[in-house]
Design a protein around this ligand. Structure first.
Ligand SMILES: C[S@@+](CC[C@H](N)C(=O)[O-])C[C@H]1O[C@@H](n2cnc3c(N)ncnc32)[C@H](O)[C@@H]1O
Length: 268
């Protein structure tokens, strides 16, 4: 029996690969991990499209009780669905390694990830440095990491991709048994909020990495019909609403003239 780890892509239910869909069709249990990212499709839409019941895999289940998934895969075909790519941005390597250790066969079925879909901006993927996350400020928790990563990438003229925090409220065990339970995207960070945090970090570290006229690329709902990309100065992006989730932000490094030409179409 096999544990299929399947990337769903970013755009819609239809972004799954044919190989992924075939694996779902022959599986007995289908888990959906969507606490690290979301598709613009409800669980019900996905269930109709796949013709299978979907079990929500909460963070707790995946991080603390992965055995439930692995044990099931010893006797049955089990799918573990991930929005984007299985190992893109958020890695589910733990689940993979645990399953392998327990002699469970694992098949990886890849898809587009935010990590490579950002090429839609015209920025060369080869020229991205380390990716970093900007998280909501919480009491006593205001990490310097995004600023440090930006500094290091800029030293090497590389582009920096910032992934923005999302909080998905997890259904309780009782809720999981009810019909129509849906993971709720309760809070997501907008590009505007992310830039505000970067300015706060600038104020703290004063290395002049982020200025009002620093050119940035705001990316919203990438690969979806309402995708929006805006290339503008930080101060302009701060005043621009890019609409609903999900959002990410890029600060380009040194631009090649072809990248510049491509970005012009998004300039504001
Ligand atoms: C942990 S990462 C995504 C991991 C996912 N497995 C993947 O491969 O894309 C989630 C973050 O990526 C960004 N993101 C994901 N999908 C996006 C989209 N369609 N448009 C813009 N940003 C997106 C958001 O900042 C979001 O909070």
């Amino acid at each position: 029996m096999t544990l299929y780890m399947i990337g769903l892509g970013l755009g819609s239910a239809k972004d799954i690969t044919l190989r992924g869909l075939e694996a779902i069709k022959k599986s007995d249990y289908v888990y959906l991990e969507n606490y690290t990212s979301t598709l613009p499709a409800s669980r019900e839409t996905l269930e109709k499209f796949y013709g299978k019941e979907i079990l929500l895999a909460t963070r707790d289940l995946v991080e603390k009780n992965a055995d439930e998934i692995i044990e099931a895969a010893k006797k049955k075909n089990v799918c573990f669905l991930v929005v984007g790519d299985v190992f893109g941005a958020t890695t589910h390597t733990d689940l993979y390694l645990c399953a392998k250790k327990k002699k469970v066969e694992v098949e990886l079925i890849h898809n587009a990830s935010i990590i490579n879909a950002v090429s839609a901006t015209g920025l060369e993927l080869y020229k991205f440095g380390k990716t970093t996350s900007i998280v909501f400020e919480e009491e006593g928790w205001f990490p310097n990491t995004p600023y440090e990563v930006l500094e290091s990438n800029q030293k090497h003229n590389l582009h920096t991709l910032f992934l923005l925090d999302i909080k998905i409220s997890e259904p309780s065990k009782e809720d999981l048994l009810k019909e129509n339970n849906k993971p709720q995207l309760s809070r997501y960070m907008s590009i505007r909020q992310a830039i505000e945090i970067l300015f706060k970090l600038e104020k703290k570290h004063k290395k002049k990495l982020i200025k009002k006229d620093t050119m940035m690329v705001g990316v919203a709902r990438l690969t979806q019909p309402e995708q929006k990309i805006v290339y503008a100065k930080a101060k302009t992006l701060l005043e621009t609403s890019l609409g609903g989730p999900l959002h990410c932000l890029i600060i380009p490094g040194k631009l090649h003239f072809v990248e510049e030409e491509f970005l012009e179409q998004f300039q504001k």
